[in-house]
Write a protein that binds this ligand. Structure first.
Ligand code: UD1
Ligand code: UDP
Length: 362
């Protein structure tokens, strides 16, 4: 059986991006299949998204698991080569900037299979980030490039991508947010933490290698989080990447920092929606906080999502200034309701329309 479109997903941030695209393609009755590489495999980083977002179960799971960059990327490539040769898809669609994205892009392009990249053109201009390399290389071999913000179009143009390949469609992760908003619910978690509805709290997430892999850097960040917790207690859903290193800093004994498991999407979004602000190094969370009007303090020297600063609630901070910046912002208590262009819940539909017209022309 030939699938016309084969979607490749692998890690937590891929799922909320793929769900609206696949739903919209279903509505257009396009034949499609979903491959899960298995880069993420814990229920809370993977399966729960399929249940909560009504994302169809993977048609194929490759089960590659964890490993070094080379090991993981190579394992996905080897497994996908067989899949692509067997299925001969008309088009492969990849999402975001994780290792599974790059691996699929390389295999598809070497086999001459057309490739679409959702969330193309984002650039932090920091090649020390593994994701930046994945973005640049994926975009270089993509045939259809779907962008979430106008700056991405500019970057792609500068890198020599032909204008007709680039489509500014908005942000499918925001489609998922808007479609699921009525179901956001952190009440159970907050009750477990003995936080009453309406009690002030902050949320934190940290998982970037530059922040959590170096014990000295992490110790500084933990000291900064302790300072922030003077403003309000912090709930920190712990990504497995940082878990051991965090434990070694003694953060688990901090009375005003609640370390919890990674949360399901609906629980996490409920948590963020009800918070005073979020301290994070996540890419997706910078966008979601902008959409929800929740102040976001990004512990990074750069962002590939500058639209969340110019048109949203995001501020770049350091370990040294995060507590003061947060205090200042909370004191001003300003409400933010700016929304980046085309973050309107219809990106999936736009992508699906372009893909289906493209398929018809083949
Ligand atoms: C990956 C992405 C990153 C993305 C993040 C989203 C790359 C290079 N990085 O980072 O861009 O922001 O996902 O969450 O693709 N682990 C588990 N359970 C799992 C998966 C991983 O315990 O289900 C642990 C393993 O010890 C593993 C480590 O987390 O070695 C890192 O996982 P990996 O997928 O390599 O990278 P992330 O840090 O999750
Ligand atoms: N997320 C979640 N539970 C959590 C933390 C994050 O559901 O405990 C969601 C978040 O809302 C967003 C996605 O995971 O939709 C972002 O993934 P992550 O921060 O892991 O990756 P990044 O966006 O940095 O690549």
């Amino acid at each position: 059986m030939t699938s016309r479109i084969l979607h490749i997903t692998g890690a937590r941030p891929n799922f909320p991006k793929a769900a609206p695209v696949m739903r919209a393609l279903d509505a257009l009755q396009v034949t499609q299949s979903l491959v899960h590489t298995g880069q993420h495999y814990d229920d809370k980083l993977s399966d729960i998204f399929f249940r909560q977002l009504s994302l169809r179960k993977p048609d194929l799971s490759l089960g590659v698991g964890s490993g070094s960059h080379a090991t993981q990327t190579a394992a996905v490539m080897v497994a996908l080569e067989t899949v692509f040769l067997e299925q001969q898809p008309s088009l492969v669609v990849v999402y975001g900037d994780v290792n599974s994205t790059l691996a699929a892009a390389l295999v598809a392009s070497k086999l001459g299979i057309p490739l679409a990249h959702v969330e193309a053109g984002l650039r932090s201009f920091d090649r020390g980030m593994p994701e930046e390399l994945n973005r640049i290389m994926t975009d270089a071999v993509s045939d259809l490039l779907f962008t979430t913000s106008a700056d991405a179009n500019v970057h792609l143009g500068r890198e020599g991508v032909a204008e007709e390949k680039i489509h500014f469609v908005g942000n499918p992760m925001i489609d998922t947010l808007l479609q699921s908003r009525d179901r956001f619910d952190a009440s159970e978690l907050l009750a477990e933490l003995k936080l009453a509805p309406g009690d002030p709290y902050l949320v934190a997430t940290l998982h970037r290698p530059a922040n959590v892999d170096d014990p000295a850097e992490l110790a500084q960040l933990v000291a900064a989080l302790i300072e922030c917790s003077a403003e309000a207690p912090i709930v920190l859903p712990m990504h497995p990447r940082g878990a051991q290193a965090f434990a070694a800093t003694g953060i688990l004994n901090e009375p005003r920092i609640h370390i919890v498991e990674p949360q399901g999407y609906l629980e996490f979004m409920g948590l963020v929606s009800g918070s005073l602000g979020v301290v994070t190094d996540s890419g997706g969370v910078q966008e979601e906080t902008t959409m929800l009007g929740v102040p976001c303090f990004t512990l990074r020297p750069n962002t590939e999502r500058p639209v969340t600063i110019t048109d949203g609630t995001n501020t770049l901070v350091t370990a040294e200034n995060v507590a003061a910046t947060l205090r200042d912002r909370l004191t001003r208590n300003q409400t933010e309701n700016r929304t980046p262009p085309l973050w309107d819940g219809r990106a999936g539909e736009r992508i699906a329309r372009i893909l289906s017209e493209w398929l018809e022309k083949q």
